[in-house]
Design a protein around this ligand. Sequence first.
Ligand SMILES: Cc1cc2nc3c(=O)[nH]c(=O)nc-3n(C[C@H](O)[C@H](O)[C@H](O)COP(=O)(O)O)c2cc1C
Length: 305
Amino acid sequence: MTPDLKVTIAGVEFANPIMTASGCCGYGEELHRVFPLKTLGALVTKSITLHPRSGHPVPRTAETASGMLNAIGLANVGVDAFIKDKLPFLEDKQTRVIVNVAGSKIQEYVDVCARLEDCPPVDMVELNISCPNVDEGGMEFGSNAALTEKTIASVKKVFTKPLIAKLSPNVTDIVEIARAAEQGGAEVLSLINSVVGAAIDINTWQPKLTNNKGGLTGPAIKPIALAKVDAVYNACTVPIIGIGGITCAADVVEFMLCGATAVQVGTALFIEPDVPVKIVKDLKTYLKQKGLASVANLRGKVRKY
Ligand SMILES: Cc1cc2nc3c(=O)[nH]c(=O)nc-3n(C[C@H](O)[C@H](O)[C@H](O)COP(=O)(O)O)c2cc1C
């Protein structure tokens, strides 16, 4: 018996539950040189904004214990160049394409998503709501329930394919934000984005990132992510994509037992770019060993005390 790795999320079928995480493999061109992208359930692009952005000056990444810090500053080519120069490459790669979208005003999210609406290779959009809102004094969209709901509801008016709201862990109550995203019309929730952190160079006394602080990712954040996925799974009805510190099939199983339907792999790609190939293979082996016919049989099955 070969276990079935297929998962269906918001009516879209994925060959397997393994996706890349936004910002960890650009637009897929380099990764495709390492392994065929059809190995993946989906490729998630770097955050796309309305206009091109060069991001923060370097250094914008720093290694930390069991993880890394980054403050890239949403460097990307902008939506028009993305559609013209980057999206065609993904058209025939036989993997699902999820475009991550960022903005500094609600209207920017709307404008970018409206342009993506008529692009056939785009299967879903993932909204990165961990961005400062210039109209609200820099408060992040995703740190306020009302703003989260309004942002998603505004995008839903122009984008008809499934919408994923990517949640930030840097909030008091992630369940409140998850419910607001669901209320706004998000068909899927992905979590977590990076955890705010800092690192200081003791020789120069300067922060290791020019942005002074950044986002912590990698295995260091996996326990945080698992607890958040568990909390949101028990409070919401829409499917969840689990993200945070995944490096192997065992990590994927943990996220699925806590309620994730699929997962994204980010920082691990910087250490072992072809790690998704190994994860897909090892996940199959695990399911076989457990006598499970489908990966879907793991979802939410954590046996709590
Ligand atoms: C270098 C780097 C750049 C990232 N850029 C983005 C981004 O543009 N948009 C976004 O939503 N998340 C971004 N992320 C966050 C990841 O998508 C993911 O949520 C986070 O890294 C946690 O997963 P991981 O521990 O597997 O890396 C970035 C992460 C890293 C390490």
